[in-house]
Design a protein around this ligand. Structure first.
Ligand SMILES: Cc1cc2nc3c(=O)[nH]c(=O)nc-3n(C[C@H](O)[C@H](O)[C@H](O)COP(=O)(O)OP(=O)(O)OC[C@H]3O[C@@H](n4cnc5c(N)ncnc54)[C@H](O)[C@@H]3O)c2cc1C
Length: 372
């Protein structure tokens, strides 16, 4: 399944990043699915990188995963996001088993083995959590799952499902009867499942993050175990991966503007220095946070993952505005890396948890009276 060691993935990510950068202009300009990039990632076992070695995967750690996402994003932010989404999902297989409720452990193990086999067969597991009008809040999920004759049937609407028509399975969040919001695997071929129109977006254009509608669509399975989304899961992997995608995009943007003529002005020099300082601080914050994953995950660790995602994506989006000014008229009117990366950078704060929701959560914790 994998190219071997974690170092192998990092080195391969650096190498692929250069290849991806050469293909990026065409993929972005035509909003194309980056087929050759995804094939390269499969050929080198990247989609199995987060599956534990006992199940035949690469078994990379969270800091190594973040490093890989960052490097891929330097070449292609869209491709890095396409790598990050399913690999954070299949990283579920790495949850230490003592945190899976004992009564669900055997079934969980069997399902993770099945997922590993499906990934080996080059099946793509996409994530369909977001819903229109939910503001990135899982608790606002309106999709429902009804248990009928041994299977779950899902009804609802999803937005922004990256990989869209190229996915084989969608992980759909839905309210399980009157119980919690759970995750369900729905096949692309399920009757009652329809994908929305082609995706036409400002940036991250080759992710094909389309909408999806389900009408009584049968699920293949409940993913993990009932209550998992509110219990122990790997959502922090995707939150940190989103930060890594936009940090990589920020680095590429810095490189794209550093030698422009506007960057030689006094203002340009100041802005460049500030951008550089920000990227250094953001990289340190991200690496330090990713290195702090210890089970059970503490409330402080979860707060930091949210803080770092917010800090990095918001910072990159803000610096992107200045970078466009430094790129000057040629970047504004001409089609090139600056224009493309600025558009990509704007998507960072929208990704889950979106900026308004993230601030709401972080501020609530800051202002909560500990004696209340
Ligand atoms: C490139 C890209 C790829 C993505 N890929 C995926 C994916 O693969 N899978 C996936 O599940 N999601 C994906 N997303 C979705 C993303 O993670 C967010 O969930 C989504 O962007 C949030 O949408 P929104 O609520 O801002 O949008 P809108 O519904 O347009 O909301 C607009 C504004 O209203 C606010 N708002 C909306 N509803 C509420 C509410 N109930 N309460 C308070 N405020 C509200 C929002 O915070 C926002 O500021 C992707 C997004 C992007 C940009």
């Amino acid at each position: 399944l994998s190219p071997g060691t974690a170092e192998g993935y990092s080195a391969a990510a650096r190498e692929l990043s250069r290849v991806f950068a050469e293909r990026e202009e065409r993929y972005d300009a035509e909003s194309l699915y980056p087929e050759a990039n995804i094939r390269d990632l499969f050929d080198r076992g990247f989609f199995a990188s987060t599956i534990p070695t006992e199940l035949g995967g690469g078994g990379i750690s969270l800091p190594q995963y973040i490093d890989v996402v960052e490097h891929l994003a330097e070449g292609s932010p869209s491709t890095a996001l396409l790598y990050a989404m399913p690999s954070a999902l299949v990283a579920l297989a790495a949850i230490p088993r003592e945190f899976v409720p004992a009564q669900h452990r055997a079934a969980f193990e069997g399902q993770m083995e099945w997922i590993a086999r499906e990934v080996e067969a080059r099946r793509i597991f996409a994530v369909a959590n977001s819903e229109p009008g939910a503001g990135g809040r899982l608790s606002e999920t309106k999709s429902t799952a009804v248990h009928v004759a041994g299977t779950f049937r899902l009804t609802g609407r999803k937005s922004f499902c990256s990989f869209g028509p190229h996915a084989h399975f969608f992980m759909c969040a839905a309210r399980n009867g009157t119980g919690p919001v759970d995750a369900f695997l729905v096949s692309r071929e399920a009757p009652g499942l329809k994908l929305g129109d082609r995706w036409s977006a400002l940036g991250m254009r080759s992710t094909e993050s389309v909408s999806l509608a389900m009408e009584d669509a049968p699920a293949e399975a409940l993913l993990g175990y009932p209550g998992m989304l509110e219990g122990h899961n790997m959502r922090h992997w995707s939150t940190l991966a989103f930060a890594a995608v936009f940090l990589g995009a920020g680095r590429a943007l810095f490189d794209a503007v550093r030698f422009t003529s506007a960057a030689r002005s006094a203002l340009g020099q100041t802005w460049l220095a500030e951008f550089h300082l920000f990227l250094e601080a953001a990289g340190g914050f991200l690496r330090d946070t990713a290195g702090g994953e210890t089970w059970p995950l503490s409330a402080e660790f979860k707060r930091r993952t949210l803080a770092v995602k917010t800090f990095v994506t918001q910072g990159v989006a803000e610096h992107a505005g200045r970078a466009l000014t430094l790129g000057g008229g040629s970047a504004y009117t001409g089609y090139g890396p600056v224009q493309r990366l600025v558009r990509d950078a704007v998507a960072g704060p929208l990704l889950r948890p979106p900026l308004p929701f993230a601030y709401e959560t972080l501020n609530r914790e800051l202002t909560e009276d500990e004696h209340a």
